[in-house]
Write a new protein. Structure first.
Length: 182
C-alpha cells in the first residue's frame, strides 16, 4: 500500500494556494490538480507514496484547519480513479450507466474508490467541482448488477458524510446519449 491520493478543499483561494505550497515543500508528492472551484473555493489534489501524502496532508491541515471544507486520504486507491479524473477512460461494453453526485470533490473520489472496489465497473469520468458550484459527479459503466451494487455502496459512503446529493442507474442507455456524454 505504497500509492496514495488525497484532496483538501479550502474556503478561500489564498489559503488554498498557501496550503498547496506548504504541502509540496513538506513531502515529495505530485500535485494532480490545484485550482479554484466555484464559488471561490480552492482544491488541492495530490498523489505519491502513502507516507509522503500523509505528511503533506497533515501540513495542509495543521495551519489551515479552520479553512477546510472537506478532505480525504486514500491509501491504495483503485487504479481506475486516475484515468477517470483525467477523463480518458474507455467505457467498454455498456449495459448500464451509473451516476453519483455529491456536494464536494473529496467525497466523490472516495465514492469512486468504493464503487470501483465493490464490483467490476468502469469509472468513466470523475468531474471534481469544475463548472458545478463545488459539486462533483462520477459516471461508471458495466453490467447492470455490478453498476447497481457499486452505486449503492458508494452512496452509503457518501451519505455517511452527508455529502450525497443524487444518484441514478440507467439500464441500456441510448447510443444518442453516449455520443453526448463522451
Amino acid at each position: 500500500m505504497d500509492k496514495a491520493i488525497a484532496l483538501i478543499e479550502y474556503i478561500t483561494v489564498p489559503c488554498g494556494i498557501r496550503a498547496a505550497d506548504k504541502m509540496v515543500k513538506t513531502a515529495d508528492v505530485e500535485i494532480m490538480e490545484a485550482q479554484t472551484v466555484c464559488p471561490g473555493k480552492y482544491m488541492v489534489l495530490i498523489c505519491g507514496n502513502l507516507s509522503a501524502v500523509n505528511a503533506a496532508i497533515d501540513s495542509g491541515r495543521l495551519e489551515f484547519e479552520e479553512n477546510i471544507i472537506d478532505s480525504f486520504i486514500l491509501g491504495n486507491p483503485h487504479d481506475s480513479i486516475f484515468t477517470a479524473i483525467s477523463g480518458v477512460t474507455d467505457p467498454g461494453e455498456v449495459e448500464a450507466l451509473g451516476i453519483i453526485e455529491t456536494f464536494s470533490g473529496a467525497s466523490i473520489i472516495v465514492a469512486a474508490d468504493t464503487a470501483a472496489k465493490t464490483a467490476k465497473v468502469n469509472l468513466i469520468e470523475i468531474r471534481i467541482s469544475r463548472g458545478m458550484c463545488g459539486k462533483s459527479y462520477l459516471m461508471m459503466s458495466g453490467e447492470i448488477a455490478a453498476v447497481e451494487a457499486s452505486v449503492a455502496a458508494a452512496c452509503i459512503n457518501a451519505s455517511a458524510s452527508g455529502m450525497l446529493l443524487d444518484k441514478a442507474v440507467i439500464a441500456r442507455p441510448d447510443p444518442k446519449l453516449w455520443e453526448k456524454l463522451l
